[in-house]
Design a protein around this ligand. Sequence first.
Ligand code: MN
Length: 232
Amino acid sequence: MTSTVIAPPPAATVAVAGTDAVFPVRRIFCVGRNYAAHAREMGGDPSKEAPFFFCKPADAVVPSGAVLPYPQATKDLHHEVELVLALKGGGTDLTVEQAAETLYGIGVGVDLTRRDLQAEAKKAGRPWDMAKGFDRSAPLAPLLPLTAPLDQVVPPSSRIRLSVNGSVRQDGGLDEMILSPLEIIAHLSQVVELAAGDLIFTGTPEGVAALVPGDAVRAEVEGLPVLEFTLV
Ligand code: MN
């Protein structure tokens, strides 16, 4: 066995509801502007845009219950509550039917965003990495393993919500998604070879707004384990 020249970094993992076992994270993909009202609030036209994707590092995941330091290099940290897909398989050019076979489970995540850095990047035509892929930028509730088809576990009528200090900020329906979860997997598999361990954040409904130190965040999708974290 080949030795490593430095100690291997710890593996990024996500808790799984109902078990002590964890889900090992390979990569984190995110889809942009997948709810029409949010696309409009960000200045886009949802009828004209093809889906686009960006990434966070695997070790951006943090568990529910975390106390997070307010991130460095920003004065405008935003919350985006999202349904997250966890893959047990992958491939390229998947059909929607094949995409369904790749799903291990689902969870509630928040795509934390340094909105000021994102605005600068957009203006300059630069990458979003430092706006989206920073340390601890992906709080994620325990995953719910799928024991039935996705649309039975979370029917399209399910609500997706985020509240801060008890006040509701985002309150949408999964039926407002432009691309369904399985369509997102199919589209993404046309640009990368998906694999077991990949997580996909599926976009956020309208109502994104700033967080400040002291805020207690609660994110939920009906039927899934709740995500809570606090900023200090
Ligand atoms: Mn997002």
